[in-house]
Design a protein around this ligand. Structure first.
Ligand SMILES: Nc1ncnc2c1ncn2[C@@H]1O[C@H](COP(=O)(O)OP(=O)(O)OP(=O)(O)O)[C@@H](O)[C@H]1O
Ligand SMILES: [Mg+2]
Length: 300
């Protein structure tokens, strides 16, 4: 017997005029997993997320959320999902607490449990002290925290987080990571997009790398690393001419390279044996190397 996935997208297409933002996308997110969507700007991550909440409608293909087929069942899908959008849509006219209260009501949390749900939201946002503050008075990071807490206030079965930790300071980012891990431990499914590859590597059981509206690779981070970028990376620092020479030599030896700022990373470095140009630091490959190899783009 197969367990129904939390999310199923089959051959989904979304066009904006001449642009195909999502191009025959196939994706299944297992129940209870933390699943990461990685991809450069414009890859189609947010568009995909918006189709899962009924904010955007697919032109072709099948979109199912917890067994509900969209767009017909989008109200149902929204009731079981918590959404943290990439673009802030908090209500500036309300207080912090009121923003949570509106969602609690919309999500039909019974009246007698609303206060408790709001208090939980305030704790997640670490804004209990600011409950009465005007939302417009919050700092950028506080708004982000409130936006996240608002998506979690009704303890949804499926949590959709679009770039949740952009603009958060490192400490709050780590707190959010533990919140996400807790939500998952409680049995929820988490789908998140992120540009922080470390975040995906730490939190996600599985990731999909998106490029030009399609999934170009999918699997557990360790499996993707092992199958796309070999076992070792040589990192060479230096001035541009040195880096150019290293790139030339490495490529002549059939090895892949990636340039980032003031260094060149030579992939598959386990194949090297003491060449004079190959001086630098050895490190383990990361999911970021996979991302660059597959999409040809560096991260911001
Ligand atoms: N409402 C819209 N109208 C027209 N084009 C759109 C619309 N929404 C998205 N697009 C286009 O669709 C493509 C995919 O956009 P999307 O926002 O899904 O990318 P993304 O992967 O989330 O990128 P980012 O990492 O920058 O958030 C882009 O080329 C974008 O300009
Ligand atoms: Mg986006």
């Amino acid at each position: 017997m197969s367990i129904l996935p939390a999310i199923r997208l089959a051959s989904v297409v979304k066009r904006f005029g001449d642009l195909t933002a999502v191009d025959h996308l196939d994706l299944e997110v297992p129940r209870g997993s933390c699943f990461g969507l990685l991809g450069p700007n414009g890859a189609g991550k947010s568009t995909t997320m918006r189709m899962l909440t009924g904010q955007a409608e697919a032109d072709e293909g099948i979109v199912e959320v917890l067994g509900h087929r969209l767009p017909g069942a989008s109200r149902h899908a929204r009731a079981v999902s918590g959404v943290v959008p990439q673009v802030d849509n908090l209500d500036d006219e309300l207080t912090v607490e009121e923003n949570l209260a509106v969602t609690a009501r919309l999500q039909r949390i019974p009246r007698e449990r609303r206060q408790e749900a709001i208090a939980r939201g305030l704790r997640i946002a670490r804004l209990s002290e600011r409950a009465e503050a005007a939302t417009r008075s919050l700092s950028g990071g506080m708004r982000r925290r409130l936006l996240i807490a608002r998506g979690l206030v009704h303890a949804p079965e499926l949590v959709l987080l679009d770039e949740p930790t952009v603009g958060l300071d490192p400490q709050v980012r780590q707190q959010l990571w533990s919140t996400i891990a807790e939500i998952q431990a409680e049995g929820a499914t988490v789908l998140m997009s992120t540009h922080y590859i470390e975040e995906a590597e730490r939190l996600c059981d599985e990731v999909a790398v998106m490029h030009l509206g399609r999934v170009v690779a999918q699997g557990p981070p360790a499996t993707l690393i092992a199958s796309h970028v070999g076992r070792e990376v040589l990192e060479v620092d230096g001035a541009p001419p040195t880096l150019a020479r290293v790139e030339h030599e490495a490529r002549s030896a059939g090895l892949r390279t990636r340039r980032s700022g003031t260094s060149v990373a030579v992939l598959d470095a386990e194949q090297l044996d003491g060449q004079a140009w190959a001086q630098g630091e050895r490190r383990k490959p990361t999911l970021e190397d996979v991302f660059v190899v597959l999409t040809g783009e560096e991260l911001a």
